[in-house]
Design a protein around this ligand. Structure first.
Ligand SMILES: [Zn+2]
Length: 411
């Protein structure tokens, strides 16, 4: 099979992208359907490759952005207490460092429900969020955050610069990796950023993905899977420099990258440290990525075997967290309602609908204890500590969690 894998053109440098993992035909990760819908589902081929020139790991096919980030986009960044605190502390740090200047200005691309900017707003600091998804932007607005319902791109950034002046900080959380047109983004950052400003973004880290075999981080919205090497190359390609990196324990392992205009700041020791660590692991090497692909196949085989065995035994198995990530798992592993009866999720917009592609019913969290199942497949594994603390009664009732990250096991 590896011999048949295709190539594509790098979205950063126009180099050749070699595919190393094909996750098959996938739906949009947030396309939850009404049970009686007969609408045709959109599918695309979800495959990942690496650029032989700049090392950027990326999808080889992209989904039009309007299909993903639209009025009904269901993900709310502030849905978890851990994430609320994460973004409040991010905002406090910006206030204490980058924004401690006269009349500071901060812009966030993809500000979602305003979870970070609401702390900035309460501090009385000038800010603007750009958020294309109408409903989450409305939530941010209701919290007093200034939001424009728009994609961040070169033209919108230039308009903001014209109207508001330069920004000391441009921030993006779980947004940069979504965008398959970095040329427009970087032109926009170049237009809007103050001469000594910083462009800070945080996204899932390829190093954690490989270490945990967390292939479910790969879905339509995650177009790029960044590493320190590939972000450094991307920054240089557009006239910027990677000046700091910080590991974050959220969303299964992320890195916060800080970019400045080339030559304006001295890179921190952490940058050299992470680059050396990636070299030692061979993270940018095709052999490592092909090894990751082999591990993904093993997780799929083990998970399907376990679920089939539990079905044969007559065990009741449900899933927890109708996450975007779970679309990749269910569709790649061919897991439907015959193996997992339903998925519990606290997002009202997903409840009483069917999961994308495999059509597993989604029920509210109250269904989880009515009565408790024998096994619960943990799709929201990145929130495992928070979920297990909230669901201790499930364990006391004899229930067991099933995890597939980094390997398939019953907890
Ligand atoms: Zn490239």
């Amino acid at each position: 099979m590896p011999g048949e894998l295709a190539t594509a053109t790098c979205r950063v440098c126009d180099g050749t992208v070699h595919e190393f993992l094909d996750l098959g035909r996938q739906p949009l990760s947030d396309a939850f359907r009404e049970p009686d819908s007969d609408a045709t589902e959109f599918f695309f081929r979800l495959a990942v490759g690496q650029c032989e020139s700049c090392t950027m790991v990326q999808l080889t096919e992209s989904v039009p952005r309007e299909k993903m980030f639209h009025e009904e986009y269901p993900y709310h960044s502030s849905g978890s207490a851990v994430m609320r605190e994460h973004f409040a502390s991010t905002a406090r740090r910006f206030l204490a460092t980058e924004l401690a200047v006269p009349d500071p200005f901060i812009v966030e691309m993809g500000c979602n429900d305003g979870v970070m900017l609401s702390t900035i707003q309460r501090a009385g600091v000038r800010h603007l969020g750009l958020e294309p998804s109408g409903r989450v932007a409305e939530v941010a607005r209701a919290a007093g955050v200034r939001v424009r319902t728009a994609f961040f791109e070169d033209s919108t950034a230039a308009q903001v610069r014209e109207a508001e002046g330069p920004a000391q900080v441009i921030f993006a959380a779980n947004t940069m990796c979504h965008i398959p047109y970095p040329d427009s983004i970087f032109r926009g950052v170049d237009a809007l950023l103050a001469p000594d400003g910083v462009f800070v973004f945080e996204d899932p880290y390829l190093g954690d993905l490989v270490a945990k075999t967390s292939f479910d981080q790969i879905y339509d919205e995650h177009f790029f899977l960044f590493s320190a090497h590939s972000v450094r190359a991307m920054a240089e390609h557009y006239g910027f420099e990677l000046v700091d990196v910080e590991r974050l324990p959220v969303h299964g392992g992320e890195i916060r990258y800080t970019l400045a205009r080339a030559g304006r700041r001295t890179p921190s020791a952490a940058v050299a440290g992470l680059l050396a660590e990636e070299d030692a692991r061979g993270l940018s090497g095709m052999a490592t990525l092909r090894g990751f692909a082999d591990s993904v196949m093993r997780v799929r085989d083990d998970l399907v075997e376990l679920l089939r065995r539990l079905r044969t035994d007559g065990s009741r198995v449900v899933a927890y967290g109708a996450t975007a990530k779970s679309a990749t798992v269910t569709n790649f592993c061919d897991i439907g309602p015959e193996l997992v009866s339903y998925v519990c999720d606290s997002t009202p917009a997903k409840q009483h609908r069917l999961t994308p592609g495999k059509h597993i019913p989604v029920r509210p969290p109250t269904a989880f204890r009515d009565p408790y199942p024998d096994y619960a497949l943990l799709f929201a594994w990145n929130h495992a500590d928070e979920i297990m603390a909230n669901e201790q009664e499930f364990r006391r009732s004899g229930g067991r969690w099933i995890s597939y990250v980094p390997n398939v096991r019953v907890l």
